[in-house]
Design a protein around this ligand. Sequence first.
Ligand SMILES: Cc1cc2nc3c(=O)[nH]c(=O)nc-3n(C[C@H](O)[C@H](O)[C@H](O)COP(=O)(O)OP(=O)(O)OC[C@H]3O[C@@H](n4cnc5c(N)ncnc54)[C@H](O)[C@@H]3O)c2cc1C
Length: 393
Amino acid sequence: MKEERRDVVVVGAGPAGSVTAKKAAEQGLDVLLIERNQEIGVPVRCAEGVSKEIERFVAPDKRWICAEVNGANIYAPDGTKVVLSGAKMEEVGYVLERRIFDKFLAHEAARAGAEIRVKTEACGIIEDDGYTRGIYARCMGEDRRIHAQVVVGADGVESRVGRWAGIKTRLRPSDISVCAEFLMCDIELNKGYSEFFLGSTIAPKGYAWVFPKGEDCANVGLGIGGDVSEESHRAIDYLKAFVHDRFPEGKTMAEMYGVVPLSGPISESVADGLILVGDAARHVNPLTGGGIIYALQAGAIAGDVVAKAVHEGDVSKKRLMEYETRWRREFGKRLETGLKAKKFLFNLSDEDLNTLAHSLRGVEIKELSTWALLMELIQRNPKLLLGLAKVLL
Ligand SMILES: Cc1cc2nc3c(=O)[nH]c(=O)nc-3n(C[C@H](O)[C@H](O)[C@H](O)COP(=O)(O)OP(=O)(O)OC[C@H]3O[C@@H](n4cnc5c(N)ncnc54)[C@H](O)[C@@H]3O)c2cc1C
């Protein structure tokens, strides 16, 4: 078996892996970023919507921005529309072209000095004395042993790296959203707005989305709770019904399926010689399913901490805990709040959702964050949302 030695090996070239690789390489480490697929960013498994907060982590670039959105329309099960718009809102932002965006981030990692290898899959970790010391990889049909001081698991929702190192990453059906999406063209859109559709007949324990991708195209998809997904109630069946109803004349250019982890973050994202980042660490807002920005944020912290740890010659769990402390400080609260809100809101009946939407009728919701919107709803529906108020306040 071929052997090689690196300071860091990053498993998975999604946003989390590429940013981690870039940051670590910028600080002088010898970094190898591996991706099992033959092309970075493909296949896309994402609705591609992000808030403008992304600008804190990467300068916007026309090459990977498909459309700008100025707000969101949310439709209650009975069709009542709630419009959210305003410069500070999370719903204002961009719809990306992930196949280009992910390559752009990997390119940045390469420019910083990281080596990138596609068609290379991690199949196990090398362990010694309780430490992760590298990975076993299959690289273009050839087996390799890649020794590294730190292994970064950025291997997405299906992550195995953490499990190999004994970290509990198991997801129960109720912890996931099972999604199906069509890239559709030739459809009539509310330009400049992302749209969300709620209701048990549309997407039980989830929602449907329409994210504009420029001109007459959009990502049209939905996610349903993993605990309600079964052979006769699949996400694709709900999506076909939704599309038949809303866009009967639309043309489907692409079809994709995916799973979003909505469990909230894992309890520990580090071990001796190992760090988990992005979806692998369940860095996804359980209420919205958004994880791109958290992947960038966690990747930046991970790269920084790994670089310091390697330079100091201490890659113990204790040293790497700085990463865990920092991501929890930066966005851990948002994920925990999202989890509490999800648990409550996903269990409301259609009638309750209609009542909430009606309570906002005639109100111009501008300059409200998602949090402020929840507070407004609690104020207007104190009885119905008593349970939510209890967990959030
Ligand atoms: C249907 C759907 C819609 C979504 N919509 C949105 C949205 O609108 N906005 C948003 O913010 N988020 C959205 N998300 C979530 C978002 O896509 C993820 O949070 C984000 O991609 C996480 O980035 P990551 O780098 O952690 O993982 P990923 O982007 O999943 O990257 C992981 C990479 O690791 C590779 N890999 C896995 N195992 C191995 C291995 N053993 N060896 C080598 N490589 C490996 C994979 O091939 C993959 O390229 C959506 C997700 C889904 C499924």
